[in-house]
Design a protein around this ligand. Sequence first.
Ligand code: NAD
Ligand code: UFG
Length: 348
Amino acid sequence: MAKNILVTGGSGYIGSHTVLQLLNGGYSAVVVDNLDNSSAVSLERVKKLAGQNGDRLSFHQVDLRDRPALEKIFSETKFDAVIHFAGLKAVGESVEKPLLYYNNNIAGTITLLEVMSQNGCKNLVFSSSATVYGWPKEVPCTEESPISATNPYGRTKLFIEEICRDVHRSDPEWKIILLRYFNPVGAHPSGYIGEDPLGVPNNLMPYIQQVAVGRRPHLTVFGTDYKTKDGTGVRDYIHVTDLADGHIAALRKLDDLKINCEVYNLGTGNGTSVLEMVAAFEKVSGKKIPLVMAGRRPGDAEIVYASTEKAERELNWKAKHGIEDMCRDLWNWASNNPYGYDSSKGSS
Ligand code: NAD
Ligand code: UFG
């Protein structure tokens, strides 16, 4: 029998790519998403891409904080594990609306953990973030590097990690994997699913994507005076399909009797500057990205990239794709879907 996985936030960017890998990997996926930051079209496309495997996907438009609705879903299916993506993720918005972020991300997680516990499902994979490394004193960031947060979004990740550690301490039946993602970019190579942010994108690659399709005039480069090879910020960009595979590896790890509450970085171990990403995108797309050089963005770190040793050793997982693959697949998605999942949008 296929294992049943509950995927919260499964119609979002990383969730939809992971659901596809789950279905193709022989799992059944039940998605819970309130669609606050995604479109149900993503899952329709996942279903099509998965062919017959798509029959093992179901979707509930439910907010995680809606306890009765969540309890009903758990009463209908016995889950082997939960992958918990659901959460709000815009750093700037979290500064303006901290209570919204604490309520949605933390109260949502607590409700989920309580309902899981009541139903005897104590296997969890959680989406944490490299944001918990703040401005790292040393790179690469290892799972033992000091963690901190500089904004409410980052604090929700930090607090949820701590909540998970406490829950495990209180009841060692729990098996929890905290995955710290570095910078997920790109799209499924089919160009059929990808990232579709609402409003003005906050992140580099979605912004470049919108410049390339003519939705925005130029990219503003935030900071040209960092102590890096070309003065621009350095990050560890990881192809979203590699990241999705990391979740399958984490699910397999949950079968390990010895797993407690463990953290793993999901990155490539390579640092790439903003200008290098722009150059890679221009090369594969043939599109010129006009640039406006500007000052640093408040809160940004200079250089962040992952140590990948622990994930390679213990999850038996390693990212396969380089930045040109990421840019090529991003462009394939963007050029086929210039307005994301909503083909009726003419401008934004
Ligand atoms: P996303 O916004 O595309 O997906 C998150 C999904 O969660 C959305 O579909 C949204 O509608 C849903 N959601 C939010 N609150 C909910 C609630 N209360 N109940 C039900 N559904 C809810 O974001 P993503 O990029 O796919 O990120 C997934 C997870 O990974 C998030 O937790 C995010 O913080 C984390 N993460 C993302 C990045 C990144 O750069 N994309 C980096 C590190 C960590
Ligand atoms: N950048 C620009 N112009 C833009 C957007 C970004 O120059 O319009 C630069 C940034 O200054 C930074 C780099 O591109 O040097 C990457 O910025 P992103 O916003 O794409 O990514 P961050 O590393 O700043 O943060 C993202 C998420 C965080 C998450 C982190 C690690 O926003 O929530 O990745 O996963 F924690």
